[in-house]
Design a protein around this ligand. Structure first.
Ligand SMILES: *Cc1c(COP(=O)(O)O)cnc(C)c1O
Length: 458
């Protein structure tokens, strides 16, 4: 930029004064000064020979940056993708009960580590044990930060310096950096792979047992299926093997449902209760997949084993906070009252009938039509997702929006509230199975606003 052009740039003061009018004093002047300085610096160093931007343009840039600074980076999204448990979108939405419990515990003090009856120090791990044990049939239970932490803690506690037998078909990657061989290495245990990718027999485990073997680890196939020429040992064989050789049977049962998925039109899969009954000494699972609670990792098993985990130094680094405990306990109480599928959003979504979804999608389409946008209501397929029930789909109902799908999707994602849909056969679909009923009005507004700006060109 020439010397003359540089001089034509407004002063920082002038820029800040103008910008302040637009953002209504929501930011202290110092912050605006920092933004204005950076904007002017950028103009000086990047423009080559062009005339300087007009004052209004510079003010607009400063205001836009100030507004961005004021907007939280983490914000709500309407999930119209049809994937019920979407890790990228925060997995399970919480129930009204869980939200109320979090608020009650968050806004004041709580008995997090205080025994109210005795008037002395208590443990945060005392709050959930009994209810989790009751629901799963295990003797005792423990909650940690997430399931990856649960598996790491269990291996570090019982298997460091020892061998752990894992079927080749289960030495898997779950996603987000969770790979069974890596977690084993981190825990200080040695992985011994047994069998083959598709067929592993009880004798494969039996032949691999040495004086150094501490455990058999079985892993839920959360995100893939093996079909065709396959074999796995029966649960009774594994139980027998582990007990004969005094090994622990540790089970990473990922999605960890307490409800029978086949009652909801999904493939039959062992529940946590089934895994405990099958004889697993320890079962680890996520709190925010099919359980429908907050991010957490749950460990259920024998009382002595859980007592040892509670004493392990790593537990302190993996501990859950009071908000998680509050939400988790409220979520579990929905199961105790046998109201999980009516109260927990994940199960409300899974159990919604296509008739109900059709009615909601139709009402939405009618409202859009009244606003002058013609959309089509059509049958679609939702998935459970989130490393839960691989390949399982549920019939669903979607609204197909008119116009170039990618550009419209980009606009919806960046709207307020943000909306994430699904593009199929060159159309943008909004799947109603994963839209919470109370989000209907907000979704309508977001879509009207996106379509109202005129259709984007592809
Ligand atoms: C999802 C999953 C994990 C990781 O659980 P996080 O709660 O995400 O840490 C580990 N193992 C299996 C089998 C899973 O499905």
């Amino acid at each position: 930029m020439t010397h003359q052009a540089l001089r034509a740039l407004p002063s920082v003061d002038r820029l800040v004064n103008q910008a302040q009018l637009h953002i209504n004093d929501q930011l202290p002047r110092d912050e605006l000064v920092r933004i204005a300085r950076a904007v002017l610096h950028n103009v000086r160093t990047t423009a080559n020979g062009e005339p300087p931007p007009a004052l209004e343009e510079l003010v607009a840039v400063v205001v836009a940056q100030a507004e961005q600074l004021l907007q939280p980076s983490l914000r709500p999204v309407i999930n119209a993708s049809g994937v019920v448990i979407q890790t990228n979108l925060g997995r399970a939405p919480l129930s009204a009960g869980a939200l109320a419990a979090m608020q009650a515990v968050a806004q004041g003090y709580s008995n997090l580590e205080y025994d109210l009856a005795a008037g002395e120090r208590g443990s945060r791990y005392d709050h959930l044990g009994a209810v989790l044990a009751r629901l799963t049939g295990a003797e005792a239970a423990l909650a940690v930060n997430n399931n990856a932490a649960a598996v790491l803690l269990v291996l570090a506690c019982f298997c460091t310096g020892k061998e752990v037998l894992v079927s080749r078909g289960q030495a898997v990657e779950i996603g987000g950096g969770f790979r069974i061989p890596d977690v084993l290495r981190q825990s200080g245990a040695r992985l011994v792979e047994v069998g083959t990718t598709n067929r592993t027999y009880a004798r494969d485990y039996a032949e691999a047992i040495t004086a150094d073997t501490a455990a058999i680890l079985t892993v839920h196939r959360s995100n893939f299926k093996i079909v065709g020429f396959t074999h796995e040992p029966h649960e009774l064989e594994l139980r027998h093997l582990a007990h004969e050789a005094s090994l622990l049977w540790i089970d990473d049962w990922g999605s960890g449902s307490l409800l029978r998925s086949e009652r909801y039109g999904l493939a039959a899969e062992d529940t946590i209760q089934d895994r405990v009954a099958a004889g697993c000494d320890i079962v680890c699972f996520s709190g925010d997949k099919l359980l429908g609670g907050p991010q957490s990792g749950l460990i259920v098993g024998g009382a002595e084993l859980i007592a040892r985990l509670r004493k392990h130094p790593l537990l302190r680094a993996l501990r859950v906070d009071k908000l998680t405990l509050a939400a988790l306990e409220a979520t579990l109480l929905s199961y105790v009252r046998s109201r999980a599928d009516q109260e927990l959003p994940v199960w409300q979504m899974i159990s919604a009938t296509t008739d109900a979804l059709q009615a909601r999608a139709q009402a939405f389409a009618t409202q859009l039509a009244e606003a002058g946008h013609s959309v089509e209501v059509l049958a679609s397929e939702s998935t459970v997702g989130g490393g839960s029930l691989p390949g399982e789909t549920l019939p669903s109902v979607a609204v197909a929006l008119p116009g170039p799908p990618a550009a419209l999707h980009a606009r919806l994602r960046q709207g307020s509230p943000a909306v994430v849909g699904r593009i199929l056969e060159n159309r943008l679909l909004l799947d109603f199975r994963t839209v919470l009923p109370e989000q209907a009005t907000a979704l309508l507004q977001a879509v009207r606003s996106a379509l109202g700006q005129g259709l984007p060109t592809p």
